[in-house]
Design a protein around this ligand. Structure first.
Ligand code: Y12
Ligand code: CO
Length: 173
């Protein structure tokens, strides 16, 4: 399966992703194709909508204390639901669909989720730190929400101007 990252302002990033009902080989092929694209672009999280598949599927591979992302730490999260949330945390976020832009975003400090794995088994996960932030960021993608939507009006205006300029320069080079 040949995938590429969809970049803002592509409108398809605004789609609401659909629940996965069949845990078939098609789903496994998608998950297996998402992993190398995330790793090859230095990502730690990727939602299926970012590779043009509007399904409630996301993967995460949070770096360990040595900054490594061994495959055994890969989380494949399907049909997630946040079941509990608490606290407040500010974290500098980035997104493979919004290249070269990073900004502090306020999120819940800890979240608990229930989700399904690639075989449809129900799992629960309690997360804090970067894992919690990345889960919230990726679950937002399933609703068509990007981290830039959480910027203040003036910061968003500045971003749009900078991003347009960056895209233009990219086109010209
Ligand atoms: C905070 C909140 C959520 C996350 C998870 C999702 N974001 C990413 O995985 C971002 C990755 C990223 C990687 C980049 O590197 C390359 O594209 C090679 C990157 O660099 C550029 O845009 C030039 C930007 C973002 C993480 C943290
Ligand atoms: Co993102």
């Amino acid at each position: 399966m040949n995938l590429s990252i969809v970049e803002y302002p592509d409108k398809s990033l605004r789609k609401i992703s659909q629940e996965v009902k069949e845990f078939s080989s098609e789903l496994h092929i998608l998950l297996d194709a998402m992993y190398p694209i995330m790793m090859n672009t230095n990502g730690i999280g990727l939602a299926a909508i970012q590779v043009a598949h509007a399904l409630r599927v996301l993967i995460l591979n949070i770096p360990n204390e040595d900054g490594e992302q061994p495959k055994e730490n890969l989380l494949e999260i399907i049909n997630p639901h946040i079941t509990a949330k608490s606290g407040e945390a500010l974290y500098q976020e980035g997104c493979l669909s919004v290249p070269q832009f990073y900004e502090d975003i306020k999120r819940f400090e800890t979240v608990s989720i229930s989700y399904q794995d690639r075989d449809g088994n129900t799992k629960v996960l309690e997360a804090d730190g970067l894992l919690s932030i990345a889960i919230q960021h990726e679950i937002d993608h399933l609703e068509g929400v990007l981290f830039i939507d959480k910027l203040s009006y003036s910061r968003r205006k500045k971003f749009e101007k900078e991003y347009k300029r960056m895209k233009k320069e990219q086109k010209e080079s």
